[in-house]
Design a protein around this ligand. Structure first.
Ligand SMILES: [Mn+2]
Length: 244
């Protein structure tokens, strides 16, 4: 059986027709990654209706918290200072969805914004803009500036004792970088599973009682060609979802 995987969506605006209703959507790369790893993807809409959230979660075997816009900084006790393009509706939906997914012990894979959401949900904080807050660090938006999401920006140092090291089969893996925010204070119960060369956190996990795994980069754009080892991450997530 292919496990059913809920993927979070973003609000997509039609810039040429700003009067048009926005669309809930997500990049095809997440969909392909789930299908190729053996799962069946379903894109979740954004809603504040708790019954709908419960039914959406109840229908799936795992949840992929996808990338997208910045989190509203009030969620981690800060005022706006470097955050761009945040959506309170998406934040509220995903915080509720994440809380319920954790309570249900269903597998979670967080990517980029999804990793930051997990950290904040556990009481952690973010640097709102790496270039302002940490001016000595490497450029973490280089895949964007190279106009290629497949552009390999960092070699990650994977913690040898982490679940991620066991999953990808090593303590080094290449990845892309398309983010301007980063984890500052680590959330409760989470461990760092990987760092960039400059020391920034590139992945977190909590495998104590269920599968909770998250990365800052976009492996869904790398597993096909640029770094095939990332395929193992999606396979481990789908395998965990099959067991629930
Ligand atoms: Mn990075």
């Amino acid at each position: 059986m292919r496990p059913l995987i809920g993927i979070t969506s973003g609000e997509i605006y039609n810039k040429e027709h700003p009067w048009s209703p926005y669309v809930f959507g997500q990049s095809y790369t997440y969909i392909d990654a789930v299908i190729e790893a053996g799962g069946t993807p379903v894109i979740f809409p954004i809603t504040a209706n708790q019954d709908v959230i419960d039914q959406l979660l109840g229908s799936v075997d795992g949840v992929l918290l996808a990338g997208g816009n910045d989190l509203t900084p009030q969620l981690y006790g800060q005022e706006m200072a470097g955050t761009i393009d945040n959506s309170k509706a998406r934040d509220d939906f995903e915080m509720l969805l994440l809380q319920h997914t954790l309570q249900a012990h269903k597998p979670i894979l967080g990517i980029c914004r999804g990793m930051q959401l997990l950290n904040v949900q556990r009481g952690g904080t973010l640097y709102q803009n790496i270039k302002d807050n940490l001016p000595g660090k490497d450029n973490h938006d280089s895949s964007n500036e190279a106009k290629s999401i497949e552009h390999l920006a960092h070699t990650l140092r994977v913690e040898p004792s982490s679940a991620l090291a066991a999953i990808v089969g090593g303590i080094e893996i290449q990845t892309n970088s398309h983010h301007h925010q980063a984890i500052d204070k680590l959330g409760e119960g989470l461990i760092v599973n990987s760092y960039a060369e400059d020391g920034l956190i590139e992945g977190i996990e909590d495998m104590r009682s269920s599968y909770i795994m998250a990365v800052q980069s976009h492996p869904e754009s790398l597993f096909q060609l640029a770094e095939p080892k990332w395929r193992l991450l999606f396979q481990s997530f789908i395998d965990a979802s099959r067991k629930v």
